[in-house]
Ligand binder design. Sequence first.
Ligand code: SAM
Length: 309
Amino acid sequence: MEFENYKQLWDSKAGSQADALIAVDGSSDESIVQSNGQFTAAQVIAALDIQPHDRVLELGCGVARIGRELAAVCEHWTGVDISGKMIARATERTAHQNNVSLHQLNRTSLEMLADNSIDKAYSIAVMCHMDKEDLYLYLEELKRVLKPGGMIFIETWNLAHPVGWKRWQYEVNHWSGSDQSVRKDVSRNQFCTPDEFELYQRKAGFELIQTFSNSPWVQCIATNQMDAANIAREQQRIEQQKDTIAYSILFGEMFEQTIAVIYGVIHPREAIEFINKHQDTAEAELYRPFVEGIWNGNPQQWGEIERTA
Ligand SMILES: C[S@@+](CC[C@H](N)C(=O)[O-])C[C@H]1O[C@@H](n2cnc3c(N)ncnc32)[C@H](O)[C@@H]1O
């Protein structure tokens, strides 16, 4: 087995700023990472109703792709990550911001944060890369550090969605015939049904406010001790902003094309033709550089990239 733990694997992906950007975003272009960061930050801001007085935490912050954008609109942003190298990259990218704290984690504990010290917390593209025990232990920690009435926004792969299931099948095929005398990659993709993901949150002491699961991702917004009237108000507010928070059908379709490219099922040209059909959408703007990056990165497999737009 190449990597024995989360830290080793993610550190190996973040040796340079360019490699770290690719690991979290698929692109080494800072302007593309910023624009994608703004897209995800808009989801988080809408999901959690981020306010200028909020103290916000991101679990698994990577290079602060999202945090750099959020720090600009909240009181204080804290990023934590298992990879010291990711934290170093995030430190470089947020050097101009004075309301940012970054911490490397050593275990599934947020020991550097006091009880009831955070208003809102989120975790994007992280819980799908860890064992379920660690996911649950982090939820217990999020519950501890969150103020009463605070909210979390978290997501993972959705096993119950057709494209989520397809993604899982790629994973299954990848491991078929693998050497059973060694552990599988510790950071391999892990999947939940919406029910399972919600159950972990309830058992950790959260109350679910809203779940979006009509995409390859399960996205949950939950609270630590909010009263029923406020939960109802939040549900109404979230309903009005659901187009910003939930991944769209088109987002899921472009994702399906992209994983088919990654697993060699279709040529990137085919995915780009699909993207071109939906030109001028936010989804096309996000996926085009991603697919072009895959094509550019492997001319032996796909040939030199063609001008397709
Ligand atoms: C795909 S990146 C996502 C980064 C960031 N959330 C974003 O969306 O740009 C996954 C991040 O989770 C971190 N990570 C992976 N396993 C972790 C764990 N067990 N505890 C904390 N962070 C972890 C990795 O180091 C990496 O920075």
